[in-house]
Write a protein that binds this ligand. Sequence first.
Ligand SMILES: Nc1ncnc2c1ncn2[C@@H]1O[C@H](COP(=O)(O)OP(=O)(O)OP(=O)(O)O)[C@@H](O)[C@H]1O
Ligand SMILES: [Mg+2]
Length: 363
Amino acid sequence: MKKYYVGLMSGTSMDGVDAVLVEFIDGVPSLYSSHDEPIPAPLLNKLHTLGNINLLGECDRACGVLFANATIHLLKHANIEADQVIAIGSHGQTIRHMPNGEHPFSIQIGDPNVISALTNIDTIADFRRKDIALGGQGAPLVPAFHQQLFASRDADRIILNIGGIANITWLPVISNNIKGFDTGPGNTLLDYWFQKHHDQSFDRNGEWASQGLCCNELLTQMLGHPYFTQPEPKSTGRELFNQQWLDNHLNNFSQLSPQDIQATLAQLTVESIAQDIETLSTNAEVFLCGGGIFNLDLVERLEQRLKQHSIKSTQQLGLAPQWVEAIAFAWLAYCHQHGIPANLPQVTGASRLAILGGKYPAN
Ligand SMILES: Nc1ncnc2c1ncn2[C@@H]1O[C@H](COP(=O)(O)OP(=O)(O)OP(=O)(O)O)[C@@H](O)[C@H]1O
Ligand SMILES: [Mg+2]
């Protein structure tokens, strides 16, 4: 009997494909199995240097194969057959997110035709562009999912996802006043700076950063960027917070040690998040998800900075923090399948609610 959905998420950090197998009981997801599919080094290199149209086509195809493999391995580990799965919800790999300007767009690659052909499972993809077509940011899309799953009648809650970029969802007790937006960099600048000085992809547990000293002058300069005070709706990505952005800020700080710069970047992530959280509420419960939760230094800085707020993991609300985003894409597939609109116009700025994504049938 068909009863499962697959959610596939490959985020800004390009640290791997998160694949989850989910069953919905009255619309509530229950995680059955999960799998992390590594991105092969040659494909990762291509994605990082993507700039020509032939390469774009190749990467679109190769990411399609990668997402199909993530699904095949997930099902194999879970001992579940393809014909037990209703649909795959695939986010795709973002290669450009430019939701503002005269011709707003957001491009996610990983051809869903390839995914459905290789897995024999209906695939739903391209979740962001309908919202952008309706004048929205196309991001963040997870707040509707956070609302359905995590809103409480008793306490104001904030869901904080620290992925490559960090985003927050504000869930007040009067829960139709929900807000959601990207706060700025999450792990992306930390990963870049760490990789520049080490032969590893990230600073495990934030150990390197924890031994550095934050430079307040550099921090203040970086926090002066208009993105941090721009009103919502707003979303961002590597287009803004990248190597070049950081290098420009470092021009006058050549005396700083790389480790002190790493500590300052950690504090930038924390400070930009904390400012937004304080504007929303002085005492809400904060629930963390995303890979950033494993960066102990980052979490400690956050706790130090937000002493009035209790900071917990989404695990305490029943969802493992590293799989929340992928489960959200299984949920977006479920919504598409049931004709349920899944954008929140007050979050993205779209002119109306809309059913998101397009379906690529297996047959
Ligand atoms: N043990 C750890 N110690 C420190 N940092 C970690 C650890 N585990 C994961 N991370 C950080 O989390 C990042 C990955 O997080 P995640 O998968 O949530 O981000 P993402 O793929 O960019 O997702 P999205 O953009 O959808 O939020 C890694 O790049 C790394 O910086
Ligand atoms: Mg990831």
